[in-house]
Design a protein around this ligand. Structure first.
Ligand code: HEM
Length: 402
């Protein structure tokens, strides 16, 4: 796959080279093929900011309520992520009562403490896999403590979370293999057994945690059923982990690639919030956000029949030259950084402020505790297996203590 201008254009989201470096291809796609039909499949990709925004803001036309992929249980509880208003509005209202800005802001000092503890261990070793040492454990400990499940179970969460996300996105292109269907079914069964006990415990003995708040949340006389609660907990566990791990990893990689920005942040850590927004824009942890056409539609002259999927490439939209000045420049002081890395419209990420808080704190502690850091070697990094995500699964680094 190449983005060279005189070669015929093709977009294969599974191609390894494209996944590692999609941006030249995205630029060409925005200009020449803003709507790309994947041959022989009921799927099109869109790349421009305006198109992604228009699709994501209009759930009546572009639905999130996909049928489960072939082979999956059609009756399994579905999270709000895959529902449209008004069912989505009710669920979002219920979780918003429990997942409050106050609850998130209160976590700042604890996130800092966790980051220090993780870096104590990492610095004692000097050479570490940063994913294993920091970017994976930090969000999983935070979400586990926030929900109110023992952080000691985090190795188990990783097994569950990995199994659920590995396949995301691939079902748009090919029916999922039988072993994958069986594995996902098994994991969901284990998660259900795990949470059923905890929910029962909170009903009998409420605590000051999100799980209790979800059990108690009530909107206009309606509460979450057990199935809805289970789907919500699985969503929080998966959405809250994978994405934030990728954000902290991508931030580290951007700073390694831009030593001037790294030096500026070391000199002035108050730039970190704006730097993390720039990482979200330039290296969006969630690359793709899918929707289903509810009627026969047309985008820029390309027909999208009812029932077909449209994949909004957030990673491409966030580098659209119609919206951002010098979109391929990594600028930690960028003004008006209205990226759509957290989506747009009714499904806008529920955890956006938690994710940015975690990334800002993690990077602040990493910079404060190190004099310098570098890649341990220049071997190609293992990238995330799902086309939905941009991130690395391992990042061997050498850390020099401050
Ligand atoms: C860098 C980190 C993160 C990124 C890039 C990210 C990205 C996104 C995106 C793009 C969506 C929209 C999906 C759609 O339109 O269908 C979304 C939704 C969601 N996110 Fe995040 N997310 C992050 C972190 C988190 C965290 C930490 C949590 C929770 C603790 C979380 C919880 C959710 C939930 C529950 C939804 C569904 C919202 C709804 O359907 O109304 N996310 N996220």
């Amino acid at each position: 796959m190449s983005a060279v201008a005189d070669e015929p254009f093709a977009f294969d989201p599974f191609d390894d080279a494209t996944r590692r470096s999609p941006y030249a291809l995205f630029t060409r796609a925005r200009r020449e093929h803003p709507v790309w039909r994947h041959e022989g499949l009921p799927v099109s990709s869109v790349f421009r900011y305006a198109d992604c925004q228009a699709i994501l803001r209009d759930p009546k036309t572009w639905s999130s309520a996909f049928p489960p992929p072939p082979g999956f249980d059609p009756d399994e509880p579905r999270s709000m992520l895959v529902q449209d208003p008004p069912a989505h509005t009710r669920l979002r209202g219920l979780v918003s009562q429990a997942f409050t800005p106050k609850r998130v802001q209160a976590l700042g000092p604890r996130i800092e403490q966790i980051a220090h503890e993780l870096l104590d261990d990492a610095l004692a070793r000097g050479e570490v896999d940063l994913v294993e040492a920091l970017t994976y454990p930090l969000p999983v400990i935070v979400i586990a403590e926030l929900i109110g499940v023992p952080a000691g179970d985090r190795a188990q969460f990783k097994v569950w979370s990995d199994a659920l996300v590995a396949s995301l996105g691939s079902a748009f292109f090919a029916p999922p293999p039988a072993e994958m269907i069986a594995k996902v079914g098994r994991v969901r069964g284990e998660l259900e057994a795990y949470f059923v006990r905890l929910v029962e415990e909170r009903r009998l003995a409420p605590r000051d945690d999100l799980l209790t708040a979800l059990v108690q949340a009530e909107l206009e006389g309606s509460r979450l059923s057990f199935d809805e609660l289970l789907a919500m907990l699985i969503l929080l566990l998966v959405a809250g982990n994978e994405t934030t791990t990728n954000l902290i990893g991508n931030a580290t990689l951007e700073l390694l690639a831009h030593p001037d920005a790294l030096a500026d942040l070391r000199a002035d850590p108050s730039l970190l919030p704006s730097a993390m927004e720039e990482v979200l824009r330039c290296s969006s942890p969630v690359q793709m956000d899918p929707r289903l056409a509810t009627r026969d539609l047309e985008i820029r002259g390309t027909k999208i029949p009812a029932g077909q999927f449209v994949l909004c490439w957030l990673g491409a939209a966030n580098r659209d030259e119609d919206v951002f000045d010098q979109p391929d420049v990594f600028d930690i002081r960028r003004a008006r950084n209205n990226h759509i890395a957290f989506g747009f419209g009714p499904h806008y990420c529920l955890g956006s402020s938690l994710a940015t808080l975690e990334a800002v704190v993690a990077m602040r502690v990493l910079l404060a505790r190190t004099r310098s850091f570098r890649r341990a070697d220049d071997a190609p990094l293992p990238i995330h297996p799902s086309i939905v995500f941009r991130g690395v699964r391992g990042l061997p680094m050498v850390l020099e203590p401050a």
